[in-house]
Design a protein around this ligand. Structure first.
Ligand code: ZN
Ligand code: ZN
Length: 143
């Protein structure tokens, strides 16, 4: 795993580079849990649709096309206007990693959805949102 931070955008050589990227992205916030999204078919490559304002991200498996709302995104789907993600390199497939800021009791305070372009490795945070309810300690298992 190596992150090239020399350019305008950070570029990661491996999907798990998302963990270090989100830790840096969140700055003052401690990311104490991280999960890499994986489809039931074991693929970690997805087409992604998102509405950053509503806090809603849906992933569609690049291999088997199974769709899944990331964490509690499904709760906001009715209001969300999902836009397909596409990298500047024109690839539309990415790894997805989610970083979590947690309360002392394990409930989620804030979550950050990171993408790593499958083709060029560009790292980015497509959406982040606050979780204002409990219990929410299960959310890391619903990435
Ligand atoms: Zn799949
Ligand atoms: Zn790219």
């Amino acid at each position: 795993m190596t992150i090239d931070t020399s350019g305008k955008y950070w570029v990661g050589t491996h999907p798990l580079d998302l963990k270090a990227y989100l830790r840096a992205y969140a700055e003052g916030t401690t990311i104490s849990a991280f999960r890499l999204a994986q489809c039931a078919c074991s693929s970690t490559e997805f087409r992604v649709e998102a509405d950053a304002d509503e806090g809603c991200v849906r992933r569609n498996c690049a291999r088997c096309s199974t769709a899944h709302f990331v964490c509690d995104s499904g709760d906001y789907a009715a209001e969300a206007k999902l836009t397909p993600w596409r990298c500047k390199c024109r690839s539309d497939q990415a790894n997805i990693g989610v970083g979590f800021s947690l309360h002392d009791n394990g409930d989620v305070r804030w979550l950050y959805v990171g993408l790593r372009c499958r083709k060029c490795g560009m790292l980015g945070c497509i959406a982040d949102w606050k979780v204002q309810y409990g219990p929410s300690a299960h959310l890391p298992d619903t990435v």
